[in-house]
Design a protein. Sequence first.
Length: 563
Amino acid sequence: MASENKMENVTPAKKRQAVKEETLLIAVIKRYFKYASAALGVWGVGYFNVSPAWILLGLVLVVWKEKHNKLQQKKIEISQEAAKNEKEAILARVEDLPSWVFFPDVERAEWVNKIIYQMWPFIGEYVQTLLMTQVQKTVQDSTSLMGSFKFVNIDLGDIPPRIGGVKVYTEKVKRDEIYMDLDIIYSSDCEIEVKLKGVSAGIKDLQLHGTVRVILKPLINQAPFFGGISVFFLNNPNIDFNLTNLANALDLPGLSDMVHTIIQENIASIMVLPNRIVVEMAKGVKISKLKFPSPDGVLRIHCLEAKELVKADIGLMGKGKSDPYTVIRVGAMKFKTPVINNTIEPEWNSVFETIIDQRDGQFMDVEVRDEDTGGKDDKLGTLSVELSPVADKGLVDNWLPLENVKSGKLHLRLQWLYLSKDPLLLNKSILANNKEGAASKNDLSSCILMVNLDSARELPRSKKMSEPSPYVTINVGQKTETSNVVNDSTDPRWEQGFRFLVHDPNFQVVDLKVKDKKTEMVLGELSFPLKNLLAAPNLEDDRFFQLKKSESNSEISVRFALR
C-alpha cells in the first residue's frame, strides 16, 4: 500500500522533471559521441583520401541545421510564452496579437481559457487513453503493414490551447442557426512518440494557429437545443512542429518542407473547407443542411501577370533572373500556374475556378515562387485577398503589391459568380461562358453540380457467402470523386456530398459505379444525363435510381442538383 501511495503522489510535473534530467544525461553522452565521431571522421578523410567537396557539403548541412534549429526554438519559446502569459509576452510582437485587439466585433474569452487550463491535465489523461486504446487499434487494423504500430509516449505538456477571440454572427444568419468563429492558438510543449517495426519516431512542440468556424443548426426546443454541429477551418491553419528520434533525420532542406506539406494536406482533407466535421446532436432532426450545405458561390481567378519581381538567381555578370510561378490556395484547394523561365515580368494568363462555401471570413492566399531545380524554390512574395469584398463587388481587377519582399506586383482579376435555381439564368451563363471560353481558350464552367449520395439497397453479393463492402465512384468530365467504404453491407448508407464544376449540362453526364472494395467487382452502375435537370423543378432530382448491370431490385438513393 505504501508503495502504491508513493506512485500515486508522482505528479506529471515530477515525471517531466525526471525526463528532463534523463535527457540532460543523454545530451552529454550524445555530445561525447559527436566529438568522437568528428575526430574519427577527420582521421577517415585522410586515410581513405576522401574528396574535400564532401567535407564542405557536410559542413553546409550542419551549419544550416544549427541555424534552423535555433530559429525554430526561438519561435517555439515566443509562442509558448504567449500562450502562458498573453498580456505581457505577445505585446512585444504585434503580428502575434490575438484577433480581439484588431477587430472590435471579436470578444475575449479569458474565462474559457481559465477553464481549459484547469481541465487540461484531465483532458491529457483522456486523450492518452483514447489514443492508446482506440486510435492505436484502428491504425493497427487498417493494414497489415501497421500491425506493430503503437504509441510509446503521449505527453500533451503543461500548455493548453487558447481561444484568442470569439466572434458570434448576428447579421446574415437565420433564426434557427448560430455561427461563431474561434481564434485557436495552440503553442504546446507536447511530445508524442510512436514505434513501428521497432523504429521510433515522433513530434514535439506542436504549434497551431487558425480560425475555426462552428455552426449550430437547426435550433430546437429540446436539449441540447441544436440538432447538429459543424466544425471546420475557414483557411489552412499555420502548423509547425519539431521531429524527434528517427523522424529527425527528415529535418533537412527539402525533406522538412515535404513532411510539413504532407501533414498540412492531411489536415486540410479532414476539416479545412470544403471539408468539415459534422456531428448529429439530437435524434429525429434532419441535419442535411449541415452535411450538404449550399455553397455561397464560385470564384473565378484570373492570374494574369507580374512585374518588378525580385531577381532570385544572380548570374556571374551581375545580371539577375527568375523562373516565376504562382501558387494559389483557397481553403483546401490549391492551384498552380506554369513556370515562366528567365524573366521578372511573367505573363501566365491562367484561369482557375473554385467553389466557395463561406464567403465571410475566407481568404485567398497567393505565393509567387522562383523555381529552383537544384534545391528549394525561393519565395518572390505573398499576398492575401479577403473574399467577402470580392463577392460584394462582383469583379475586382487590380495590380496588388507583393508582401515580404523588396518589390513586386501581381495582376489578378477576380470574378464572383452567384448561384441560382433559375434555368433562364443558367442558359445565359452557358452562352456567355462559351463565348468567353472560346476567346480565352479556357474551358470555363457555367454551373455546379451537387451530388448528395445517400444510400443503396439490395445490392448483389460479390460472393455467395460474403456480403460486399461497397463504395461509389462519381465521374463528371475529367474529375472523379470516391465515397467512403461501408464494410459488409448490401444496404449501405454513405451520406456524403460531392460538387463538380460543369461546363455545359446539355452535353455532360454524371457516371456512378458501385464497387466492392474486397474484390473491386462492379455491383451496379448509373449514368445520368445532366440535361434532364434543366426541365426538373428547381433544377434537381432526388430519388431512388435503378442500378444497371446489377440485380433487378438494386437501387441507389442520390440527389442531383444544378446551381
